[in-house]
Design a binder for this molecule. Structure first.
Ligand SMILES: Cc1cc2nc3c(=O)[nH]c(=O)nc-3n(C[C@H](O)[C@H](O)[C@H](O)COP(=O)(O)OP(=O)(O)OC[C@H]3O[C@@H](n4cnc5c(N)ncnc54)[C@H](O)[C@@H]3O)c2cc1C
Length: 388
């Protein structure tokens, strides 16, 4: 359901979206409340997501993926997030890892990893954040030291999505801690779970339930030089940042999904809930809220699809992706709060979805670069594109 007309997708992409919508109605929607409240990993849905090809959504066709554009991908993410945002995290972090390999990997790495990522046989995510370094990634301490034909890695990563159920991670490390500028001493490895690589704990969270977020420990973890992304040291930060543009468009799309679910639930509820002898939708105070929520959603969507189009055309789009991520995530937070007000006490009840939107939305303001950082990126780009 949509608040305003949407642009049309190519026919084949629309068929994929239709299949996803059917799957959401049949196999996801009826189970969301139970799984979310139990914080249970949706094993069956992951298997169905494999069949739908979602783990290969943006992986090029020649490597077995669907090769979808960022625009179609954003529509898929928005659609899924309107039903259960956590599901989009299961394939999105995985696809950012795949994007790192597709953009920066050697031919051998692409040929080996991408087909396994595309089927979902080998799944995982992005391991950048550490207990003492999130925004300031150049301050990470995980260290890879050359050892014969490979490297030995020691360190801790935290908040890693898919950390427990995933088997493979794009792992950001320091190969030269003394390097200046610091990013020149950073590299990325494609790290599969093996001896020396373990999960130390599951992170307990406010929302974003069902998907596992974990702390990962690397203790004398040995990795082959063949798994150094791009076969060259010093390109880790570039790989991490390259993946974040698509990641930010994805977060924006998740924000649109949540903002739209909060709005559409409210539109329906306002027509059936009566006070003072009439549906609350007839009270002007409620109409003002619905009007603001719908406008905010539409603006968030326009920014998101503008960023996705820029990404698809190969343009630099850090400013566009930053604007979309910032605005759409704030729209999700605001719409979920307004939905709670419209639903009154029922908005606070676990029998409805509203309290879940309210718990899930703030993550969009933090992940893939906080909204403070997004505004700084926007300002920097604005100045760079408009010299005095
Ligand atoms: C549920 C969840 C899932 C996640 N999944 C992953 C994952 O899969 N992989 C991964 O690597 N990470 C993941 N993260 C980590 C996430 O990316 C970081 O939490 C985020 O980047 C912020 O880092 P931080 O928490 O260390 O905050 P900090 O960097 O400590 O920031 C704290 C505050 O200071 C502000 N701040 C920092 N620097 C500046 C500055 N220069 N100017 C102005 N303000 C500043 C920030 O905006 C923020 O408000 C996840 C986090 C969560 C909560």
């Amino acid at each position: 359901m949509s608040a305003a007309p949407r642009e049309t997708l190519p026919e084949e992409d629309q068929m994929i979206l239709d299949a996803i919508n059917k799957w959401l109605d049949r196999d996801v929607r009826p189970h969301v409340l139970r799984l979310d409240h139990a914080d249970e990993y949706p094993e069956d849905m992951v298997e169905q997501m494999k069949e739908l090809g979602l783990f290969g959504a943006t992986i090029p066709v020649e490597y077995g993926g669907l090769g979808l554009s960022a625009t179609t991908y954003a529509r898929i993410v928005e659609t899924i997030s309107a039903v259960w945002m956590s599901l989009s995290g299961i394939f999105n972090s995985h696809l950012i890892m795949a994007a790192c390999v597709a953009r920066q990997g050697t031919e051998a790495q692409k040929a080996f990893y991408l087909p396994q990522f595309a089927t979902g046989e080998l799944r995982g995510g992005l391991a950048l954040t550490e207990p003492d370094a999130g925004t300031d990634l150049q301050a990470i301490r995980t260290r890879a030291v050359k050892d014969g034909n490979g490297y030995v890695i020691n360190g801790t990563k935290t908040w890693i999505s898919n950390g427990i159920h995933g088997q493979c991670f794009a792992l950001l490390v320091k190969t030269d801690p003394e390097a200046q500028p610091r990013h020149k001493g950073m590299s990325m490895f494609i790290a599969r779970k093996d001896e020396g690589f373990r999960v130390s704990k599951k992170m307990e969270k406010l929302g974003y339930k069902g998907i596992d977020s974990a702390e990962l420990i690397f203790e004398d973890y040995k990795i082959s030089a063949d798994d150094l992304l791009g076969g060259e040291e010093g390109r880790g930060m570039q790989a991490a940042l390259g993946g974040l543009e698509l990641g930010r468009i994805n977060i924006a799309a998740r924000g649109c999904g949540l903002a739209s679910a909060a709005l559409m639930d409210s539109v329906k509820y306002a027509q059936v809930r009566k006070t003072f002898g009439k549906p609350i939708a007839e009270h002007q105070a409620i109409q003002l809220k619905l009007g603001e929520m719908a406008t905010r959603l539409q603006a968030a969507r326009l920014l998101t699809y503008d960023a996705a189009r820029a990404y698809d055309s190969g343009q630099r789009c850090d400013m566009e992706a930053g604007m979309a991520k910032y605005f759409a995530s704030e729209a999700a937070v605001e719409n979920s709060l307004e939905a709670m007000r419209i639903h009154g006490g029922y908005g606070y009840s676990k029998e409805y979805h509203i309290e879940r939107y309210y718990r899930d939305a703030p993550l969009m303001c933090i992940g893939e670069g906080t909204n403070e950082i997004q505004r700084m990126i926007i300002a920097k780009q604005l100045i760079e594109r408009n010299p005095a």
